[in-house]
Ligand binder design. Structure first.
Ligand SMILES: Cc1cc2nc3c(=O)[nH]c(=O)nc-3n(C[C@H](O)[C@H](O)[C@H](O)COP(=O)(O)OP(=O)(O)OC[C@H]3O[C@@H](n4cnc5c(N)ncnc54)[C@H](O)[C@@H]3O)c2cc1C
Length: 464
């Protein structure tokens, strides 16, 4: 497990797993029965997978109708046109001999994950624009025994989105159309997997709705990546997990088959019929296939929002505060409960010296270098409420604060007076991950294992 010192959120406790997975496109049966136990195989070498070569790059291009920008590669390819106007991090250039060879010298953006720690060695990035193209690519890789790593916004933090064995990266970034299923209230969004979460949030907000998942990486992560990691996000307490909010998915299996799992037509909000195979892909991290489309229910935007910043001295006090918030006091209006330890807030302070904490008394230098009075309290909590009546919610927050103070559970606290202050609280929370990455603390993690899954037998199960 991780030795990472970071924001310890009760609502997303499990995503710092250190397991590195690969998305193998072939059955693992190499003739040895012991190898073929239809289960996760840890630390196995991937010698049965082929490394992609320049010919494969050419073929990928053809599979995507030689569309400009559909292929990025470090191989020299006879591409018809590899130009891409929005490809700013990678460059394409003509070969000297004036033929139409193109190559992309750097695939840095795709080979290095958000933390900067996990580095892949892929020489081909395919960027399909449709489900059909995804299907063609996976079918081709399956026949050629080439490994594939699906990639969304590359913000996963655990290295799952980069190809450490030189696999082909299948980036979903070109699949980014979305629409409202019910135009009247916009409460169901149907989106391609490559849509950026924040774009969907803004769109839903214009229609008076809220995308029920929110996280610090919203400006880069994609809805397909969110589904594939079963991203918990900060509003988990109020709206539940993506298992509760995804109505349907379209996925492509490693053999290239397209499965419609309640995507079209969109499953009803209350659908208690039969099996719901979509749940296998929510949190599947690309091991079972590529998510290409998502339909998502979006609750109404809250009419009133409140927030409070508290500090505690012990973890057991934090847990007690959470229990009281969830049960006796805030109950149905509790939307978010995030806690941050002193270590991570010190990292934030060090990386962003101008940041002001809600309970700061003046400009405090890093806590370790000064006396006790100025040390950040061991645990800080950010609570957000969503409701429909400002006065009512405010009264609830005040009475909650009084009782936790009376019980001696918190040292101090402050309530946001307006939306701007709520955003300021969140800004601190959202800086925890960048601060951790900036100070290199992410690198404390070690990648322990690779594993692969016998997708053929899973596929057979899915198509019974
Ligand atoms: C600042 C910051 C804050 C964060 N906060 C949270 C948080 O609050 N809660 C939380 O849960 N996570 C959080 N994360 C982690 C991360 O943002 C989420 O896991 C996010 O859902 C990943 O989405 P992505 O599009 O970047 O996926 P990627 O990182 O690109 O991929 C993640 C995994 O999903 C697979 N994958 C991606 N797209 C697809 C697809 N279409 N089909 C199949 N497989 C696919 C990849 O192969 C990889 O295994 C945070 C990250 C950062 C940087």
């Amino acid at each position: 497990m991780t030795s990472l010192s970071t924001a310890s959120s009760l609502s997303y406790a499990s995503y710092f797993t250190t397991i590195k997975k690969r998305f193998a496109t072939q059955n693992t049966n190499d003739g040895n029965d012991n190898d073929n136990d239809n289960s996760v195989i840890a630390s196995k070498e991937f010698s049965h997978l082929e490394n992609p070569i320049a010919d494969d790059a050419e073929n990928f291009l053809l599979l995507m109708d030689s569309r400009p920008g559909s292929l990025l590669t470090t191989f020299k390819t006879m591409s018809i046109n590899n130009d891409d106007d929005d490809n700013d991090d990678t460059t394409t250039h003509n070969d000297d001999d004036d033929e139409d060879y193109r190559e992309t010298p750097s695939l840095e953006k795709y080979n290095v994950d958000w933390t900067g720690h996990y580095r892949g060695s892929s020489s081909i990035v395919v960027r399909p624009k449709s489900t059909k193209e995804v299907s063609r690519i996976l079918s081709y890789c399956h026949k050629r025994r080439i490994g594939v790593v699906p990639q969304g916004g590359n913000t996963g933090l655990v290295g799952g989105s980069v190809g450490i064995g030189g696999e082909v990266i299948l980036s979903l970034e070109k699949m980014n159309n979305f629409e409202c299923y019910d135009k009247k209230d916009g409460s169901i969004i149907r989106a391609d997997a490559g849509c950026i979460l924040e774009d969907l949030q803004n769109y839903a907000a214009k229609n008076g709705n809220l995308v029920p998942v929110d996280l610090g990486a919203k400006g880069s992560c994609q809805i397909g990546g969110n589904v594939s990691t079963n991203a918990g996000g900060v509003y988990y307490y109020r709206y539940g997990s993506l298992h509760a909010n995804v109505l349907g998915l379209e996925v492509v299996t490693p053999t290239g088959d397209v499965l419609n799992l309640g995507y079209d037509p969109v499953s009803h909000l209350k659908d208690n019929t039969g099996y719901h195979l979509k749940h296998l892909f929510i949190g599947g991290e690309g091991t079972l296939g590529v998510v290409t489309k998502v339909s998502l229910q979006c609750p109404p935007l809250p009419v009133s929002r409140g927030a409070m910043w508290l500090t505690c001295t012990s973890l057991s006090d934090v847990v007690r505060v959470l229990t009281l918030a969830r049960t006796d006091h805030l109950n149905e209006i509790l939307a978010a409960f995030e806690f941050m330890d002193r270590d991570v807030l010190e990292l934030v302070r060090a990386a962003y010296p101008s940041i002001r904490f809600p309970l700061d008394i003046g400009n405090v230098t890093p806590a370790t270098t000064i006396n006790n009075d100025n040390i950040i309290d061991p645990y800080s909590i950010l609570i957000e409420t969503h409701g429909s009546d400002n006065n009512h919610d405010r009264e609830k927050l005040e009475s909650f604060f009084e009782s936790i103070m009376e019980e001696g559970l918190v040292v101090d606290g402050v309530m946001a007076q307006n939306l701007g202050q709520i955003e300021d609280f969140w800004k601190i929370r959202e800086l925890c991950n960048p601060a951790t990455a900036a100070t290199g603390k992410c690198n404390d993690r070690t990648m322990t294992e690779s594993f692969e899954i016998d997708i053929i037998s899973i596929h057979l199960t899915l198509s019974f």
